[in-house]
Write a protein that binds this ligand. Sequence first.
Ligand code: NAP
Length: 477
Amino acid sequence: MMTTVDNKKMFIGGEWIEKESTIEVHDPQDNEVIATVPRANETDMLKAINVAKDGAETAAKMPVHERMEILHRAADFVKHYKHLYAITIASEGSKTITEAQGEVDRCIETLRISAEETRRIHGETIPFDQMPGHENRIGYFYRFPIGVVGAITPFNDPLNLVAHKIGPAIASGNSIVVKPATLTPLSALLLAEAFEAAGLPDKVLSVVTGKGSEIGDALVTHPAVRMISFTGGLETGTDIAHKAGLKKLSMELGSNSPTIVLKDADIKEAVDSCVSGSYGAVGQNCIGVQRIFIERPVYDEFMEQFANLSKQYTTGDKKLAATKMGPLISEQEAIRVEGTVAEAVANGATLLTGGKRQGAYYEATVLADVPRHARIVKEEIFGPVVMLFPVDSLDEAIEKANDVEYGLQAGIFTRDTKLAFQAIQSLNVGGVMVNDSSDYRIDGMPFGGVKGSGLGREGVSSSIQEMTEPKVVQFKL
Ligand code: NAP
């Protein structure tokens, strides 16, 4: 069991492996080196894939009750060492200790749901006699595992997003090779420890640490890898989709999520919800609120309350329970966010609050009067920056909300169910949250986007569907 984060090994098919060549893992708060991990090369990745080919045979033969027990035991392990998991997330990433504890709870939930969904991987009988001449036939389809799953994960939820790949892969009888984000590999390695302790057979799981630019292609293009389950940015996802060849793709990509506030909404509820949805994980959140469209009669009231509450969303030491917001994942990222905001202001935007950077820290920032053509309106900011736009109608809000390349989730605040349903039908996204912000999610719901936000759905049972194929059985009587 790991007690300190220092020179870590990677996990290839049941063995902990070290390498001379390593990558430093930094705490973004002070840039201190907190650990090193092996810098895998293409040969290491090919070894993990070869091992996973054997692992896929083992996994497919594992009875459902064994898969369930392993997943529950892994969840128990994470629960038992909750503090260690939380401190690891809060050290290598941006999250405060409170946010990190929340992520550990969600990881436990994801593993438990995976265990429970294992018993619900059903097929269906097929009425062959729907076609004249096929009367004396009976049959069904059932779902079988796809084989080797390749998983690539981002830095912003370094534990739970890995659990969202490993949990469903094991539930559905697959083996899996995970390449975690280089900035935050420690939580993924710690999750491998949970599965090792839970008795997962060797070769079913590997966590290979290394740079995507160096070992990504070997995983993505390998013909034995039958599916790539990717969570990350649009650019990387598009590159992977071009290279992957004939295999399944699950793409959980970014967004610049909209939330609409209509004039009949409970303004305080909308403000509270949008503030936490905007600044959680320092805005480095694929469903974080980036664009808020507010009906004009309540615009001033919303703007004033939103800016005031944003001012209270201060930054501080991640390890202190009272801290609301930590640093961005790196100073470089904070500089990028600062530059994007400066560009918007130079284009005519008004800075209502925030806008200052110190190292990797960036203040909760609210912009108004942002011109429609500004880059920040179209792109994903992935930082603690929100734009407020007045609108004259729901139609205008929907038209503007949809006028981007992304479509992950949206929120709408209204007491009018007719208007809520109009928004549900017209917003081009993977999920509409009524009386909550775009940031609402539980781990057991289908989750994913349209357009540049991705392909396929996660949420455990949806992932299981993606990680299995139907096999048809027919008996001629
Ligand atoms: P990223 O830069 O796209 O990296 C994601 C992963 O891809 C990392 O593990 C990265 O490895 C790897 N990678 C990079 N180049 C690769 C290549 N050529 N081949 C294979 N893998 C490669 O994204 P990020 O900055 O970590 O995460 C932020 C993005 O993720 C945002 O856009 C956010 O919206 C999105 N996201 C989406 C969801 C969702 O569920 N829809 C959830 C969370 C985050 P290295 O770290 O080694 O570069």
